[in-house]
Design a protein around this ligand. Structure first.
Ligand code: UDP
Length: 348
Protein backbone atom coordinates (compact mmCIF):
# COMPACT_ATOMS: atom_id res chain seq x y z
CA UNK A 1 0.00 0.00 0.00
CA UNK A 2 1.15 3.55 -0.67
CA UNK A 3 1.29 6.07 2.17
CA UNK A 4 -1.76 7.69 0.67
CA UNK A 5 -3.72 4.42 0.75
CA UNK A 6 -2.66 3.76 4.32
CA UNK A 7 -3.82 7.25 5.31
CA UNK A 8 -7.13 6.73 3.49
CA UNK A 9 -7.69 3.44 5.35
CA UNK A 10 -6.86 5.05 8.69
CA UNK A 11 -9.27 7.88 7.88
CA UNK A 12 -12.00 5.41 6.94
CA UNK A 13 -11.54 3.55 10.19
CA UNK A 14 -10.96 6.37 12.64
CA UNK A 15 -12.03 9.51 10.79
CA UNK A 16 -9.49 12.15 9.71
CA UNK A 17 -6.67 12.92 12.16
CA UNK A 18 -7.87 15.75 14.39
CA UNK A 19 -6.05 19.02 13.95
CA UNK A 20 -4.11 20.43 16.86
CA UNK A 21 -4.89 24.12 17.37
CA UNK A 22 -2.88 26.50 19.51
CA UNK A 23 -5.05 29.40 20.69
CA UNK A 24 -3.20 32.31 22.29
CA UNK A 25 -5.47 34.27 24.60
CA UNK A 26 -7.47 31.05 24.96
CA UNK A 27 -9.07 32.09 28.27
CA UNK A 28 -10.23 35.42 26.90
CA UNK A 29 -13.65 36.40 25.68
CA UNK A 30 -13.21 35.38 22.03
CA UNK A 31 -10.50 32.78 22.68
CA UNK A 32 -12.58 30.74 25.10
CA UNK A 33 -15.54 30.62 22.69
CA UNK A 34 -13.14 29.48 19.97
CA UNK A 35 -11.73 26.76 22.25
CA UNK A 36 -15.26 25.49 22.94
CA UNK A 37 -16.09 25.36 19.23
CA UNK A 38 -12.85 23.60 18.26
CA UNK A 39 -13.25 20.96 20.98
CA UNK A 40 -16.86 20.40 19.88
CA UNK A 41 -15.54 19.67 16.38
CA UNK A 42 -13.21 16.97 17.72
CA UNK A 43 -9.93 18.88 17.50
CA UNK A 44 -7.08 18.99 19.99
CA UNK A 45 -6.67 22.42 21.57
CA UNK A 46 -3.69 23.94 23.32
CA UNK A 47 -4.46 27.27 24.96
CA UNK A 48 -2.06 29.81 26.41
CA UNK A 49 -3.18 32.79 28.48
CA UNK A 50 -1.54 34.82 31.23
CA UNK A 51 -4.99 35.55 32.73
CA UNK A 52 -4.36 39.31 32.69
CA UNK A 53 -7.67 40.11 31.03
CA UNK A 54 -8.56 36.50 30.23
CA UNK A 55 -10.44 34.68 32.99
CA UNK A 56 -9.90 31.17 34.27
CA UNK A 57 -13.64 30.74 34.78
CA UNK A 58 -14.07 30.95 30.97
CA UNK A 59 -12.23 27.62 30.61
CA UNK A 60 -12.48 26.06 34.07
CA UNK A 61 -15.10 23.59 32.83
CA UNK A 62 -12.64 22.22 30.26
CA UNK A 63 -9.64 21.56 32.45
CA UNK A 64 -10.23 17.78 32.57
CA UNK A 65 -11.16 17.54 28.90
CA UNK A 66 -8.91 14.89 27.29
CA UNK A 67 -8.27 16.97 24.15
CA UNK A 68 -7.59 20.25 25.98
CA UNK A 69 -4.37 21.54 27.44
CA UNK A 70 -4.00 24.89 29.19
CA UNK A 71 -0.75 26.77 29.87
CA UNK A 72 -0.91 29.80 32.14
CA UNK A 73 2.01 31.79 30.77
CA UNK A 74 2.98 34.88 28.81
CA UNK A 75 3.26 34.46 25.06
CA UNK A 76 6.67 36.11 25.41
CA UNK A 77 7.84 33.10 27.45
CA UNK A 78 9.99 31.56 24.71
CA UNK A 79 10.27 28.11 26.24
CA UNK A 80 6.54 27.65 26.73
CA UNK A 81 5.70 29.13 23.32
CA UNK A 82 8.26 26.92 21.60
CA UNK A 83 6.89 23.81 23.21
CA UNK A 84 3.31 24.67 22.30
CA UNK A 85 4.14 25.72 18.73
CA UNK A 86 6.02 22.44 18.20
CA UNK A 87 2.80 20.54 18.95
CA UNK A 88 0.42 22.67 16.87
CA UNK A 89 -0.75 22.29 13.27
CA UNK A 90 -2.13 25.82 13.27
CA UNK A 91 -1.89 28.82 15.61
CA UNK A 92 -4.72 31.29 16.20
CA UNK A 93 -3.15 34.34 17.83
CA UNK A 94 -5.72 36.27 19.87
CA UNK A 95 -3.63 37.30 22.90
CA UNK A 96 -3.39 41.09 23.03
CA UNK A 97 -4.08 44.16 25.11
CA UNK A 98 -7.67 45.13 24.27
CA UNK A 99 -10.38 47.53 25.37
CA UNK A 100 -10.25 51.29 24.85
CA UNK A 101 -10.25 51.98 28.59
CA UNK A 102 -7.32 49.64 29.24
CA UNK A 103 -5.46 50.97 26.25
CA UNK A 104 -5.67 54.64 27.16
CA UNK A 105 -4.83 53.94 30.80
CA UNK A 106 -1.92 51.52 30.18
CA UNK A 107 -0.09 52.59 27.02
CA UNK A 108 3.26 50.95 27.84
CA UNK A 109 1.64 47.63 28.61
CA UNK A 110 -0.49 47.88 25.45
CA UNK A 111 2.32 48.58 23.01
CA UNK A 112 4.74 46.09 24.56
CA UNK A 113 2.19 43.29 24.81
CA UNK A 114 0.99 43.69 21.26
CA UNK A 115 4.32 44.18 19.52
CA UNK A 116 6.58 41.88 21.55
CA UNK A 117 3.84 39.27 21.96
CA UNK A 118 3.13 38.94 18.26
CA UNK A 119 6.84 38.87 17.49
CA UNK A 120 7.27 35.96 19.94
CA UNK A 121 4.36 34.05 18.36
CA UNK A 122 5.69 34.55 14.82
CA UNK A 123 9.21 33.46 15.82
CA UNK A 124 7.91 30.27 17.40
CA UNK A 125 5.66 29.59 14.39
CA UNK A 126 8.55 30.07 11.98
CA UNK A 127 10.68 27.46 13.74
CA UNK A 128 8.06 24.81 12.91
CA UNK A 129 6.60 26.44 9.77
CA UNK A 130 3.23 26.45 11.54
CA UNK A 131 0.43 28.37 9.88
CA UNK A 132 -0.72 31.42 11.87
CA UNK A 133 -3.98 33.37 11.89
CA UNK A 134 -3.49 36.71 13.62
CA UNK A 135 -6.25 38.81 15.13
CA UNK A 136 -6.06 42.48 14.33
CA UNK A 137 -8.63 45.17 14.82
CA UNK A 138 -10.78 47.76 13.08
CA UNK A 139 -8.80 50.31 15.14
CA UNK A 140 -6.13 50.15 12.43
CA UNK A 141 -8.50 52.11 10.17
CA UNK A 142 -7.95 55.01 12.55
CA UNK A 143 -10.22 57.89 11.76
CA UNK A 144 -11.37 56.14 8.59
CA UNK A 145 -11.04 57.76 5.19
CA UNK A 146 -14.27 56.47 3.62
CA UNK A 147 -17.10 54.23 4.80
CA UNK A 148 -17.35 51.24 4.49
CA UNK A 149 -13.75 50.36 5.36
CA UNK A 150 -11.93 48.22 2.84
CA UNK A 151 -8.76 46.27 3.60
CA UNK A 152 -6.69 48.28 1.11
CA UNK A 153 -7.86 51.72 2.29
CA UNK A 154 -5.40 54.42 3.30
CA UNK A 155 -5.11 54.90 7.04
CA UNK A 156 -5.22 58.19 8.96
CA UNK A 157 -4.21 58.05 12.61
CA UNK A 158 -4.13 60.93 15.10
CA UNK A 159 -0.93 62.24 16.68
CA UNK A 160 1.40 60.19 18.91
CA UNK A 161 0.37 62.34 21.88
CA UNK A 162 -2.97 60.46 22.01
CA UNK A 163 -2.66 56.99 23.55
CA UNK A 164 -5.48 55.54 21.54
CA UNK A 165 -3.48 55.76 18.31
CA UNK A 166 -0.62 53.88 19.94
CA UNK A 167 -2.91 50.88 20.13
CA UNK A 168 -3.81 51.23 16.45
CA UNK A 169 -0.13 51.63 15.57
CA UNK A 170 0.85 48.59 17.67
CA UNK A 171 -1.63 46.42 15.79
CA UNK A 172 -0.41 47.87 12.49
CA UNK A 173 3.13 46.85 13.44
CA UNK A 174 1.73 43.35 14.15
CA UNK A 175 0.20 43.27 10.67
CA UNK A 176 3.38 44.54 8.99
CA UNK A 177 5.48 42.03 10.89
CA UNK A 178 3.19 39.10 10.09
CA UNK A 179 3.02 39.98 6.40
CA UNK A 180 6.81 40.38 6.37
CA UNK A 181 7.25 36.90 7.89
CA UNK A 182 4.91 35.70 5.16
CA UNK A 183 6.60 37.36 2.21
CA UNK A 184 10.21 37.24 3.32
CA UNK A 185 10.34 33.94 5.20
CA UNK A 186 7.51 32.00 3.60
CA UNK A 187 5.50 31.58 6.82
CA UNK A 188 1.79 31.02 6.03
CA UNK A 189 -0.01 33.92 7.75
CA UNK A 190 -3.53 35.32 7.60
CA UNK A 191 -4.69 38.51 9.33
CA UNK A 192 -8.25 39.26 10.32
CA UNK A 193 -9.49 42.64 11.57
CA UNK A 194 -12.27 42.19 14.09
CA UNK A 195 -14.94 44.89 14.31
CA UNK A 196 -16.69 45.41 17.69
CA UNK A 197 -17.17 41.76 18.59
CA UNK A 198 -19.58 41.15 21.47
CA UNK A 199 -21.41 38.38 23.28
CA UNK A 200 -21.51 36.42 26.52
CA UNK A 201 -18.29 36.49 28.65
CA UNK A 202 -17.22 39.93 27.45
CA UNK A 203 -16.70 42.21 30.41
CA UNK A 204 -17.38 45.93 30.51
CA UNK A 205 -14.34 46.46 32.73
CA UNK A 206 -12.10 47.50 29.84
CA UNK A 207 -14.59 49.87 28.27
CA UNK A 208 -16.72 47.82 25.87
CA UNK A 209 -20.04 49.51 25.41
CA UNK A 210 -22.60 46.68 25.20
CA UNK A 211 -21.66 44.84 28.42
CA UNK A 212 -21.47 48.23 30.17
CA UNK A 213 -24.91 49.37 28.99
CA UNK A 214 -26.52 46.00 29.71
CA UNK A 215 -25.15 45.93 33.26
CA UNK A 216 -26.16 49.53 33.88
CA UNK A 217 -29.67 48.86 32.55
CA UNK A 218 -30.15 45.68 34.58
CA UNK A 219 -29.11 47.53 37.74
CA UNK A 220 -31.57 50.34 37.01
CA UNK A 221 -28.70 52.82 36.57
CA UNK A 222 -28.56 55.55 33.95
CA UNK A 223 -26.70 54.59 30.77
CA UNK A 224 -23.49 56.53 30.12
CA UNK A 225 -23.45 57.61 26.47
CA UNK A 226 -20.16 59.33 25.62
CA UNK A 227 -20.18 62.40 23.40
CA UNK A 228 -23.52 63.14 21.71
CA UNK A 229 -24.26 59.49 20.93
CA UNK A 230 -24.46 60.01 17.16
CA UNK A 231 -21.24 58.00 16.63
CA UNK A 232 -22.07 54.60 15.18
CA UNK A 233 -20.77 51.03 15.22
CA UNK A 234 -21.61 47.60 13.78
CA UNK A 235 -21.62 44.85 16.40
CA UNK A 236 -20.65 41.29 15.55
CA UNK A 237 -21.88 38.28 17.51
CA UNK A 238 -18.92 36.37 18.91
CA UNK A 239 -20.27 33.13 17.41
CA UNK A 240 -20.14 34.74 13.96
CA UNK A 241 -16.53 35.76 14.64
CA UNK A 242 -15.73 32.14 15.60
CA UNK A 243 -17.32 30.91 12.35
CA UNK A 244 -15.17 33.36 10.38
CA UNK A 245 -11.98 32.20 12.11
CA UNK A 246 -12.80 28.54 11.49
CA UNK A 247 -13.62 29.24 7.84
CA UNK A 248 -10.28 30.98 7.35
CA UNK A 249 -8.49 28.13 9.13
CA UNK A 250 -10.13 25.59 6.82
CA UNK A 251 -9.73 27.53 3.57
CA UNK A 252 -7.24 26.60 0.87
CA UNK A 253 -3.99 28.46 1.29
CA UNK A 254 -4.23 30.27 -2.04
CA UNK A 255 -7.38 32.03 -0.84
CA UNK A 256 -6.19 33.15 2.58
CA UNK A 257 -2.39 33.06 2.88
CA UNK A 258 -0.76 36.50 3.24
CA UNK A 259 -4.17 38.16 3.12
CA UNK A 260 -5.90 40.66 5.42
CA UNK A 261 -9.65 40.28 6.01
CA UNK A 262 -12.30 42.40 7.68
CA UNK A 263 -14.50 40.39 10.02
CA UNK A 264 -17.55 42.34 11.12
CA UNK A 265 -21.24 42.96 10.85
CA UNK A 266 -22.69 45.59 8.53
CA UNK A 267 -25.75 46.33 10.70
CA UNK A 268 -25.02 49.88 11.85
CA UNK A 269 -26.46 51.62 14.91
CA UNK A 270 -25.72 54.89 16.70
CA UNK A 271 -24.64 54.59 20.32
CA UNK A 272 -27.63 56.66 21.46
CA UNK A 273 -30.04 54.32 19.66
CA UNK A 274 -28.16 51.37 21.11
CA UNK A 275 -28.72 52.72 24.62
CA UNK A 276 -32.45 53.16 23.91
CA UNK A 277 -32.74 49.63 22.49
CA UNK A 278 -31.11 48.11 25.57
CA UNK A 279 -33.28 50.12 27.97
CA UNK A 280 -36.37 48.99 26.03
CA UNK A 281 -35.32 45.34 26.13
CA UNK A 282 -34.81 45.28 29.90
CA UNK A 283 -37.98 47.29 30.53
CA UNK A 284 -36.40 50.54 31.74
CA UNK A 285 -37.52 54.04 30.68
CA UNK A 286 -35.79 55.22 27.50
CA UNK A 287 -34.82 58.56 29.02
CA UNK A 288 -32.47 56.85 31.52
CA UNK A 289 -29.50 58.12 29.53
CA UNK A 290 -26.74 60.57 30.54
CA UNK A 291 -24.63 62.22 27.88
CA UNK A 292 -21.06 62.30 29.21
CA UNK A 293 -18.32 64.44 27.68
CA UNK A 294 -15.39 62.40 26.36
CA UNK A 295 -13.03 64.40 28.61
CA UNK A 296 -14.94 63.13 31.63
CA UNK A 297 -15.00 59.53 30.40
CA UNK A 298 -11.40 59.36 29.24
CA UNK A 299 -8.42 61.70 29.58
CA UNK A 300 -8.55 65.13 27.92
CA UNK A 301 -7.93 65.05 24.18
CA UNK A 302 -9.51 61.64 23.66
CA UNK A 303 -10.59 61.05 20.08
CA UNK A 304 -13.45 58.71 19.16
CA UNK A 305 -14.31 57.19 15.80
CA UNK A 306 -17.44 58.75 14.34
CA UNK A 307 -18.52 55.83 12.22
CA UNK A 308 -17.15 52.37 11.70
CA UNK A 309 -18.58 49.99 9.10
CA UNK A 310 -16.66 47.15 7.45
CA UNK A 311 -16.77 46.10 3.83
CA UNK A 312 -16.87 42.31 4.14
CA UNK A 313 -16.91 41.35 0.48
CA UNK A 314 -13.30 40.13 0.57
CA UNK A 315 -13.78 37.43 3.21
CA UNK A 316 -17.13 36.55 1.69
CA UNK A 317 -15.47 35.86 -1.65
CA UNK A 318 -12.49 34.00 -0.19
CA UNK A 319 -14.31 31.79 2.33
CA UNK A 320 -18.07 32.18 1.86
CA UNK A 321 -18.40 33.61 5.37
CA UNK A 322 -20.96 36.22 6.30
CA UNK A 323 -22.49 37.04 9.67
CA UNK A 324 -25.82 35.39 10.42
CA UNK A 325 -26.81 36.84 13.80
CA UNK A 326 -28.57 40.19 14.19
CA UNK A 327 -27.96 42.90 16.79
CA UNK A 328 -31.28 41.80 18.31
CA UNK A 329 -29.83 38.34 18.92
CA UNK A 330 -26.59 39.76 20.33
CA UNK A 331 -28.45 41.94 22.84
CA UNK A 332 -30.73 39.07 23.76
CA UNK A 333 -27.76 36.73 24.38
CA UNK A 334 -25.79 39.30 26.40
CA UNK A 335 -28.80 40.22 28.56
CA UNK A 336 -29.60 36.54 29.07
CA UNK A 337 -26.00 35.78 30.10
CA UNK A 338 -26.06 38.48 32.80
CA UNK A 339 -29.47 37.30 34.03
CA UNK A 340 -28.11 33.73 34.08
CA UNK A 341 -25.13 34.85 36.20
CA UNK A 342 -27.53 36.54 38.62
CA UNK A 343 -29.55 33.32 38.92
CA UNK A 344 -26.35 31.30 39.51
CA UNK A 345 -25.25 33.68 42.27
CA UNK A 346 -28.63 33.48 43.97
CA UNK A 347 -28.55 29.66 43.92
CA UNK A 348 -25.11 29.43 45.52
N1 UDP B 1 -19.25 54.23 24.72
C1 UDP B 1 -20.24 54.91 25.44
N2 UDP B 1 -20.40 54.61 26.76
C2 UDP B 1 -19.66 53.66 27.42
C3 UDP B 1 -18.66 52.96 26.68
C4 UDP B 1 -18.49 53.29 25.34
O1 UDP B 1 -20.94 55.77 24.89
O2 UDP B 1 -19.89 53.44 28.61
C5 UDP B 1 -19.10 54.56 23.29
C6 UDP B 1 -17.67 54.84 22.84
O3 UDP B 1 -17.32 56.19 23.04
C7 UDP B 1 -17.72 54.45 21.37
C8 UDP B 1 -18.73 53.30 21.33
O4 UDP B 1 -19.49 53.41 22.54
O5 UDP B 1 -18.21 55.51 20.59
C9 UDP B 1 -18.08 51.93 21.27
O6 UDP B 1 -17.13 51.84 22.31
P1 UDP B 1 -16.30 50.54 22.60
O7 UDP B 1 -15.27 50.92 23.61
O8 UDP B 1 -17.21 49.41 22.92
O9 UDP B 1 -15.61 50.18 21.22
P2 UDP B 1 -14.76 51.04 20.16
O10 UDP B 1 -15.56 50.95 18.93
O11 UDP B 1 -14.62 52.45 20.63
O12 UDP B 1 -13.48 50.33 20.09
Amino acid sequence: MTDHEIQARINNTFGPRPTSYLVTGGAGFIGSHLVDALLAQGHHVLAIDNLSTGRFENISGLIHHPRFHFAQANITDDIVMDRLASQADIIIHLAAAVGVKLIVENPVHTIETNVMGTEAVLKAALRYQTRVLIASTSEVYGKGSSVPFREEDDVVLGPTSRNRWGYAASKMVDEFLALAYGREKGLPVTIFRLFNTVGPRQTGRYGMVIPRFVQQALQGERLTVYGDGTQSRCFLHVQDAIQAIMKMANSDSEHVNHEVFNVGSTEEISIYQLAQRILGLVGQPEENIDLIAYEDAYAAGFEDMRQRVPDISKIQQATGWQPSRSLEQILHDVIESYCGQERDHRHH
